[in-house]
Structures are given as C-alpha cells and as structure tokens.
Design a protein around this ligand. Structure first.
Ligand SMILES: *Cc1c(COP(=O)(O)O)cnc(C)c1O
Length: 843
C-alpha cells in the first residue's frame, strides 16, 4: 500500500516547509515558533498545542492568504532559518564524541510523554522517556526511540459532582497527531510482520521527529489484521495480562525487527523498564542467524551493549506472565529461530538454569529476562539502586546485597520543556541562550540577579497560575458544585499573593495523597489563617482498577466543599503534561510525600526548580540526594531504607512532621519580610535551590551520564566480542562451571603483627586458569570499620599439588573471624558478577 491517500493537505508554494516545521516536535519545548502557529490558527493552537493539527485544520484559502502576507512571511522565514540553523549547529556529542556511537542508540519504552498533543503516556515513566529523548536531541546523541502508537492511550479523566472519577478513551486519529507514516525508499509504508498463533500480525510503522532524534511507533490497527489483533495497541496499561503480553511482544520483537528492516544495527540497546525485554531476545536471535552461531554465543556477544534501566521499587512491579500464555504466543516466533521454551524459561523464569532460586513459581519475569540479557543494569537514584539490589537478591543468592551489580543514574527533567517565560528570561540573562544544550557552565551564578527580579518572577508565575486555574475550573463546570458557594468553586477566592502549595501525581496509596488530610482541622486552620493563609491545588488520576486511589480523590473533593476549604483547595481534572506545566511554573511549594522507600526517583519536584518553586518532600528518591537545609524541606531527613519496612507504620509521624514544617517553617518564612520589604529568607532559599539543583537534576546531566558512563564503555566492551571470541568465552565458562563445584579452600591462616594481620590462603582450583580467579578477603561493616574488600596476591603455585595456589594479603587488624575469604571470577572481558554469579565463600 502506498500512502498517497495519507498525504497532508496542499501547502502553497512559498510555505512548503511549514509541514516539516509542524512535524518536528521541537515546537513542544522550543517556543520560538509559537507565534507562527498562533498566526495560523490561534484557537486550535491554544486548545491543542499541536502544530500539525493547526496546519491541517485551516482552509486552503487561508493558507493562500498567509502566503501573500508580508508579516506572516517574515515570521515564517525566521522560523525556517532558525530550524536550518538548529540542524547545522554542532552539539555536545558532535564536539566530544562524534563517531563513537556511530550506529546509534536504540531506546525502548512502553510510553512516551513528549507533548500533551501526543497522548502516548500515562505518567512518570513516559514523561521521563520523553525528556530523555528531548535532551538527547539537544546534546546531539544519536538516539532512535521505539514505542507503541496507542489508538486511545491512557484514559482521560473527569470527576463528577460527587467526587467520582470517570474515565474516557477518546480516539487518537493518527492523521491529526504530529506523526507521519514511516516510508521506505520506494515510498511504501513500512510494515513489520510478526508470527502469532495461527496467524500473522501486521504492524504499521510511524515516525515522530523529536529534533535530532526519531521516535518510531508501531501500531496493530491494520484493517487486514483480525479484529482482536487490531486492538492490541488500543490502550496503555490495560490490566488484562494477555493484552499486556501481546503489547510487549509487539514492542520488543516488532520494534527490533523494525530497526533491522530499516537497516539500523544500533551500537547500544537501552531498555527503559523490563516491559521491553523481548527486544533483547530478538536482538540476540537475529545476531545468531546472521553469524551462524549458537544462542549462548549470541547472548554473550550482544548483551555487552544492552542496558537495562529499572524504575520499580517493589518486586510486584515487575511484569510476570504465566508459562501457558508465553508458550501460546511465543511458540510460532521461537520456532522460526529454533529457540525453545526451555531456553526461554531458563532465562526468564526464577526456576530456570540462569536463576538460582530453585523450586520457585515458573512464571516468566520480564525483569529477570532483562537481567539475563543485559550487560549493565541501573536504578534511577542512589536510594533506588540499593532498593533494586535487595529486589534482585534472589537472583544472586550467595552475594551480599551491596555486591549486586546494580548502578545508578538519577533521573532528570528536560529543563527547556518545564521553564516558564519569566524564568527563561531570567536564566537567559544569567547564562545565555543556549545554556540547556550544553553542560551548564559553572560560571553563571544567579547570585547576580537582584532579589526583586526573583520576586517579581515568582509573582508573575503565580498570577498566571491563578488565572489558568480559574479557566480550568470554569471548563470543569464549577458552577454545579455541591458546595454553597459557586464563586469559590470557580476559583474566584484564589489569591495572587497567597502561598500556593501544589500536589499532583498518580492517586495511589503509596503516594499518600491523603497525608495532608490526616488532621482536617489542622489543615483548615492553615487555610484560614487571616494573615498567613495557604491555598492548595491538586491534580491526579487513579488507575481505573484502583478503588483505593479513586477513594482518595473522593476524599479530597469532599474536603474541598467544606465551608473553611471552599475556594482554597481546588482539584484540576485530567492531569497531563499541559496541566503539569502550568502547576509546576506557578506553585511556591511542591509537595511529595510517598511512603518511603517506594519512590524510585520522582521527577515532578525537579520541574519546579528552574522556576524558583521549592520542594517539601519525603526524604526519598532524588530528594534524598538533593536535599539540604538551604534548598527546601524534607520529611524524616536521613531516613535509610534499611531501617524501614514497606508498612504504613510511619504514616502518622510523617503527617505530624509535615504539619510542623508547614506551621513552623514554611508559612512563616514565606510571609516574613526583611527591611527591604522582601521575604528575604524565602528568596535566599529560591536562589540556593535554583543555583544548586537545576542543572544537576536535568535530563541534560542524565543523558551525558548515560553516554559517558554507560554507552561509550559498553561499546568498547562489546567491540571485543565477535563470533570467535564470544564462542571462546562461552566454552571457557562452560568448563569453568564444571570445575567450579570442585573448588575448595585447602588452608587459611592469619598472623597478627601490631595492628596488621597477614592472611595466607591456599586454594584448589581444579584446572580453572589462575588468571580467571580472584581470591578476596571481605570484612563486613562493624564497630571496627566500614565494609572492606581486599584482593589477595597469588604468591606461588603450591609445590607438589596440581591446581593448588597460595595467596597472601595484609590487612588492618580486626578480631578473629571478621575477615572471610572468598573466591570469585575475574575477567575484564565480562561484567561480573552480572554475567557469571559464581562465588565460593570460606565459611
Ligand atoms: C512529571 C510528571 C509525572 C511524574 O511525577 P512523579 O513526581 O514522578 O510522580 C507524572 N505525570 C505527569 C503528567 C508529569 O508531568
């Protein structure tokens, strides 16, 4: 099928580049072209923020008129030139690393939050993927992202007068989304075909342009598919696990096949969450075919350049599928490669050969599959790295949690997508135009910006927020509220000068949206303080199946009708990127109070930084790294997750701390004026937060960290794995695991001299080459010092004993029994112990 029928409307000569401008989602963060879209169709632009829709909803006559309008032409020319300039200009990547990732990075994710006009996301994970992609474009990193085009996406929310959440699934008409069908050189629409039981599923491919990067999307809504299959990509996060599995097959297997069909062989495959793990399998099997090897060789060769990022904090968050379902859906595909169900179970089920916990339920765990197929794995904050180490502990049974090879890259947000007009102006003054496209220079202190500028920026932003809230409340039929006062319900009591607290996120139990409600009288007193009042804006969706989350919305709605709260607490429906952008620009304080340690990272609080909003947050996720006394407020600062269970035992004390912080610190500080009539301490705090945190918690920093600490070294390691060397390694380690079970310590001795101990350890290696082995002394943290690991030196092979070796090492003295010797593998060609978990402890 060609796509002539799809071709967009006729564009007058002289404006031909409007289409490509409208199809580059760069307009979603680079506001230079706003005036252009406004000039074409202000109403549509304001309502949708979708430049492509703007272009396609006006008449041909109007475009003809514009093509003869000098003012418009000048505007158009400026944008065309700016876009050419953007495409030509060198980037951080092209300056520093050009060619090092020449085949590019493939990035897989279930959802992408790039713009409210492309509703292919539900929340944090998608917004992060969108921000990652935009920052990759800014930095010039060659990323091709792969995802699904949902016919409906995530549900849209409204809330009835009784506080009940209603869910709607409006249809995403692809021709009205800023996308084009992906075509090949012959102008044919690219399609991917994957085998399903008794049939084939055809996938249509689409492309969204995100500055320098592409986002490729697959959907199954091809009329030639069976009706049920057309619906595979209908909605995001369906609770039906069969549909979930179908989607993950389409994304992972279909996604990798799509790249190959386009002749893309990425240098790196980065999967964002375990949902996409099938991509790693397809990659290995494809490599196996191409190089005519066995699967283990292919797995070893490809995994070095697979990165697995996990965002989950509880084991139940990993997707599991029953083997029956897997067998049904994957057998036709596995048959094509001669891959077997046993092999798959070995990789993905916790009773398989690569997992080490025996007798467990045999479902396929997508995180475990990812773990067995990747070369590196990372969590999304330092705290989350530790949480992940404990989650993965069952797969590394003889390793202490702290040795489990999980790294961390703290998430960040795409600053230019989240700054306000006013903060943009202020930062431009301090640090120049192009600041977010490069590492932020350390020499652009906001300290030169006068207090009064910061203050008027904050005031302007708050005023705009109040205005926006009133508009939204009007469109939410505020006049039909069960309360007594329609004016209040419509936001007319919201005040431009009042301290404004924001809370917006998924309404689900662990996020504790009700923490602030736990003492309603105390909250009412804060709202109604005559001299130092508070107002609150809330937003958030509850998953359609989450009754508890829906009840939390009901409780807030009911509270907001109480006479003392009416008009001071407002709930904005249908939280999405557009709502988020308005809230995070305007609020003074952003509240986040999840149950510790459930927040893997949390990103919404990072979005207020650039705009001078302050964070009041649980000491969890990113805030546990970012917080200090001068930048904001932490609930239970210093909490470490080791001391905490996942129970609700801290809810009460956390709520008390939250009220105390508001009453004793936050509210007084906001209203306390210095000799200049400014809230001096508040402004000082804004300055510390903006200065100290904005660049660190940006996606710019995050993407550079992925490139420099992961992608580049991973490519180096991967380059050492060709079909021959990979096969050699597989054979070597097959022998090693045979011999490993006969390894033993033959003697361990320690001699004390002053404050040093010298250990002599003899081991029997049963033919494992000595260079592949490390003998270590490990002391756990105790009153005698922190945890220590010392590598012992091999002194000599033991005389008269084949395969016997003597090791020695001097260490700071500790009481007897504190040092334990262990034998592990050592091979710089492998990432250990991820790729081989062998270890022997001398108990
Ligand atoms: C930033 C954002 C999120 C993620 O926020 P968290 O703090 O991680 O909960 C979710 N939804 C939207 C619309 C966002 O903009």
């Amino acid at each position: 099928m060609t796509i002539a029928a799809y071709n967009p409307r006729h564009i007058p000569e002289g404006l031909t580049e409007l289409s490509s401008l409208a199809l580059d989602l760069r307009w979603s963060w680079h506001h230079g072209s706003d005036s252009l879209w406004r000039a074409i169709d202000e109403e549509t632009w304001k309502a949708t923020h979708n430049a492509w829709l703007v272009l396609n909803s006006v008449s041909g006559e109007w475009l003809d008129t514009l093509s003869n309008d000098e003012t418009f032409l000048a505007l158009y020319q400026r944008q065309v030139e700016a876009h050419r300039q953007f495409e030509r200009t060198s980037t951080w990547y092209s300056d520093e690393y050009q060619g090092r990732l020449d085949k590019g990075v493939a990035f897989f994710c279930m959802e992408y939050g790039l713009s409210e006009s492309l509703p292919l996301y539900s929340g944090g994970l998608g917004v992060l993927a969108g921000d990652y992609l935009k920052a990759a474009s800014d930095l010039g990193v060659p990323v091709t992202a792969v995802g699904l085009l949902y016919q409906q996406g995530y549900f849209r929310q409204s809330v009835t007068a009784e506080g009940q959440q209603l869910e709607f699934y409006p249809y995403n008409d692809p021709s009205m989304l800023p996308l084009t069908p992906l075509t090949n050189d012959d102008e044919q629409w690219v399609r991917v075909i994957i085998p399903f039981p008794g049939r084939q599923v055809r996938l249509r491919a689409w492309k969204a342009r995100v500055g320098h990067c592409d986002l490729l999307l697959l959907d199954s809504n091809d009329p030639r598919n069976e009706p049920g299959d057309r619906g595979i990509t209908s909605e995001l996060y369906s609770s039906n696990s069969e549909k979930r599995l179908q989607q993950e097959i389409v994304l992972g297997i279909g996604g990798w096949k799509l790249l190959r069909q386009l002749e893309i062989t990425p240098s790196i495959c980065h999967i964002n969450e375990g949902h996409c793990a099938f991509a790693l399998l397809e990659r290995a099997l494809d490599w196996q075919n191409e190089h005519a090897t066995d699967f283990e060789t292919a797995r070893l060769a490809t995994r070095a350049t697979n990165l697995f990022t996990t965002h989950t904090s509880v084991a139940a968050g990993f997707d599991h599928f029953p083997p029956g379902l897997i067998r049904l859906y994957l057998t036709p595909w596995m048959n094509e490669y001669g891959f077997t169900m046993d092999q798959l179970m070995g990789l993905g089920s916790s009773s398989g050969e690569h997992s080490l916990r025996a007798g467990d339920e045999a479902s396929i765990n997508m995180a475990l599959l990812a773990l067995n197929m990747c070369g590196r794995i990372n969590g999304v904050s330092n705290m989350h790295r530790k949480v992940t180490q404990t989650l993965l502990q069952p797969f590394f049974p003889r390793w202490p949690a702290c040795d489990i090879p999980v790294e961390s890259v703290t998430n960040g947000i795409h600053t230019p997508s989240w700054d306000s007009l006013e903060s943009d102006a202020l930062w431009t003054k301090a640090c120049g135009q192009e600041r977010w496209r490069r590492p932020l220079p350390s020499s652009c202190p906001l300290s030169d910006i006068p207090d009064s500028d910061l203050l008027s920026m904050r005031q302007a932003q708050r005023r705009r927020l109040v205005h926006y809230l009133r508009q939204r409340l009007a469109s939410q039929h505020c006049e039909h509220t069960p309360g007594n006062n329609p004016d209040a319900a419509c936001g007319l009591l919201l005040d431009n000068e009042t301290l404004t607290l924001g809370f917006a996120r998924r309404f689900t139990e662990y996020k504790r949206p009700d923490l602030l409600l736990s003492d309603p009288d105390r909250l009412l007193a804060l709202l109604n303080n005559r001299d130092h009042p508070l107002q609150i804006v809330l937003a958030g969706k509850a998953h359609p199946k989450d009754e508890c989350g829906k009840d939390l919305i009901r409780r807030w709605k009911a509270f907001s009708w109480l006479p003392g709260a009416e008009g001071k607490v407002v709930f904005i429906e249908d939280y999405d990127l557009g709502v988020a952008a308005q809230l995070i620009q305007g609020v003074d304080v952003w509240l986040n109070c999840p149950r510790h340690p459930w927040e893997a990272c949390g990103t919404s609080g990072m979005k207020v930084l650039v705009n001078g909003g302050l964070n009041l947050s649980q000491y969890d996720g990113w805030w546990a790294e970012a917080w200090n006394d001068s930048v904001g407020w932490a609930i239970r600062p210093g909490a470490t997750f080791e001391e905490l269970s996942t129970s609700n035992s801290h809810d009460h004390s956390d709520a008390l701390e939250l009220y105390e912080l508001l009453e004793k610190e936050i509210i007084p500080e906001f209203y306390q004026l210095d000799a200049n009539g400014h809230p001096g301490r508040w402004i000082e705090r804004i300055r510390s937060s903006m200065n100290g945190l904005t660049a660190t918690y940006s996606a710019n920093r995050m993407v550079r960290e992925y490139v420099e600490s992961f992608y580049l070294p991973m490519v180096e390691l991967g380059n050492r794995r060709n079909p021959t060397s990979a096969r050699d390694m597989v054979e070597t380690y097959r022998d090693v695991s045979q011999m490993w079970r006969r390894l033993r310590f033959t003697s361990v001795e320690a001699r004390q001299s002053n404050d040093e101990q010298t250990f002599f350890v003899d081991v029997y290696l049963d033919g494992i080459p000595e260079q592949l082995v490390a003998v270590e002394l490990v002391a756990e943290a105790s009153e005698f010092g922190p945890r220590e690991t010392h590598m012992m030196t091999m002194n000599h092979p033991q005389v008269g004993s084949e395969h016997g070796y003597s090791y020695e090492c001097s260490v700071p003295a500790r009481p007897e029994g504190h040092y334990t010797p262990r034998i592990r593998l050592r091979d710089e060609r492998l990432n250990l112990p991820l790729e081989n978990t062998a270890v022997l402890w001398r108990n």
